[in-house]
Design a binder for this molecule. Structure first.
Ligand code: BG6
Length: 458
């Protein structure tokens, strides 16, 4: 069924950081592609007028892409409106309703902290602005299972599930879409994609920078909440899921939820937590904070396909490189016919998610010479990312069109919290690691996939 497109975009938190860094550049790109022609109403507390919002948008866009095409910007600027007001005051929503005008079906984008969801949703309902509307909400979606349930209840008081779009920007990435496509559009993978042939799966998200002035936010969150419970778990679902039975958003999400249900709840033994040396001196961080800036986590998926295959995820700040990558390592051949193949030289499939998008297959071939000895090679395909849509472009556009495929459904958001619940808010001191290393050396020496972690190298 084709959904009706939302006819207005309302951006709560229009003067904030996310709007500046990500949302305005995405709106600009959508205008440039001819994919956004509807009014965009920014709303925030600041007592601004529309020209100030336009100036802020221009600054954010220039910073993100280096230049501005005046014709495109003029079109975007012409779509912008601004409403200022307190989200706790009903008159703000009445004012907004007047600016939207009668008979419209907006998409409300809540780029505001979760504590603001409730007043905003209620304000919208009381002004009569929620009818026929959609709502898009930013991560983090709660801090734990209880708060996620509460947020879901707040949203459901006013919006139906099919009108709610919970963002995980990772799902909007080209590379993540490719991962799903590659798995189910090629038949050669399926026969080996199971516990008989896969030894382990590892997902690494390495960032070579610290908390970049976000100390206060980060210190309330930590690595597991920030990127593992959402971005990286979502990648794991795409690797572990069964083929969807159809093309609808629910067909895909149903399969992901099946995997989520089968993931064992973590225990403390499944996790190594680290904190980079110097974190405690970051502005906004508590002096004795035990928050992790690095985590390595072992998951198991109790299905026929994956029973006992370890899925490892590691992520952290101040690691040696900036890169996100998946490696599916196969079991070595049952017998060595020629040279002795070390288990760590077994075949693998590698998906690089960032900075570039590529797929590689690790294989062995005979090294030139008299002897039947081999060498490791990679069959490598890199994507030309010219013209790719950025995650926020794709997600805003999908939500305007009512396409929920790349968003997190209520059940998925809650099960993901169930899985990580026992390892959140660990008050024991994390292992300290030096910036530029792969996390706490000693603790990591004995924690990882059989036959070790692979790369990623530059
Ligand atoms: C965000 C996290 O969700 O994702 C950040 O809050 C992290 O800490 C970022 O740096 C990474 O996103 P990307 O798209 O740059 O890989």
């Amino acid at each position: 069924m084709t959904e009706t497109r939302s006819d207005t975009l309302v951006l709560f938190g229009a003067t904030g950081d996310l709007a500046y860094k990500k949302i305005f550049p995405a709106l600009y790109a959508l205008v440039a592609r001819g994919m956004l022609n509807e009014p965009v109403i920014g709303i925030a507390f600041e007592d601004w007028d529309v020209s100030q919002l336009q100036a802020r948008a221009r600054e954010g866009i220039t910073k993100a892409i280096g230049t501005v095409d005046e014709e495109v910007f003029a079109k975007l600027a012409g779509l912008l409106r601004y409403v200022s007001g307190d989200y706790r005051t009903q008159s703000t929503f009445d004012k907004l309703k007047d600016v939207i005008g009668p008979g419209h079906h907006p998409l409300y984008y809540l780029a505001v902290p979760p504590s603001m969801f409730e007043p905003v949703v209620q304000g919208l309902e009381q002004s009569g602005g929620a009818t026929g509307a959609r709502v898009m909400v930013e991560k983090p979606f709660g801090r734990d299972l209880q708060s996620a349930r509460w947020l879901n209840r707040v949203l459901h008081m006013v919006f139906e599930e099919k009108s709610i779009f919970r963002i995980d920007h990772y799902l909007g990435k080209e590379a993540i879409q490719n991962l799903l496509y590659f798995r189910f559009a090629n038949s050669f993978l399926e026969p080996v994609w199971n516990r008989d042939h896969v030894e382990s799966i590892q997902i690494t998200m390495a960032e070579d920078f610290g908390v970049q002035g976000r100390g206060k936010f980060y210190d309330e969150v930590g690595c597991i909440r920030d990127v593992i419970q959402n971005h990286l778990l979502n990648i794991m679902l795409l690797l572990a899921m069964e083929p969807p039975s159809g093309r609808s958003a629910d067909d895909l999400i149903d399969e992901k939820v099946q995997v989520l249900k089968a993931i064992r709840t973590l225990t403390k033994d499944d996790v190594v937590r680290g904190q980079f040396d110097g974190y405690l001196a970051e502005p906004g961080v508590q002096p004795a904070s035990t928050v992790e800036t690095f985590a390595a986590v072992r998951f198991f998926v109790d299905t026929w396909r994956w029973k006992d295959v370890p899925f490892f995820i590691r992520a952290g700040k101040n690691l040696p490189v900036h890169m996100t990558e998946v490696v599916v390592r196969l079991k070595p051949p049952p017998l060595n016919v020629f040279d002795d193949i070390r288990p760590e030289d077994a075949n693998y499939i590698r998906f690089r998610i960032a900075p570039e998008v590529s797929v590689a297959i690790g294989a062995r071939r005979k090294a030139a010479g008299d002897e039947m000895v081999g060498e490791q090679i990679e069959l490598y395909a890199v994507d030309d990312d010219k013209g790719d849509m950025e995650p926020y472009e794709r997600l805003i556009s999908d939500a305007m069109n009512g396409n929920g495929q790349l968003f997190t459904r209520q059940d998925a958001s809650e099960i993901a919290w169930r899985i990580v619940a026992p390892v959140l808010d660990d008050k024991s001191a994390p292992h300290v690691y030096q910036a530029g290393t792969w996390g706490p050396t000693e603790a990591m020496a004995t924690f990882g996939p059989p036959n070790g972690w692979i790369g990623p190298s530059k």
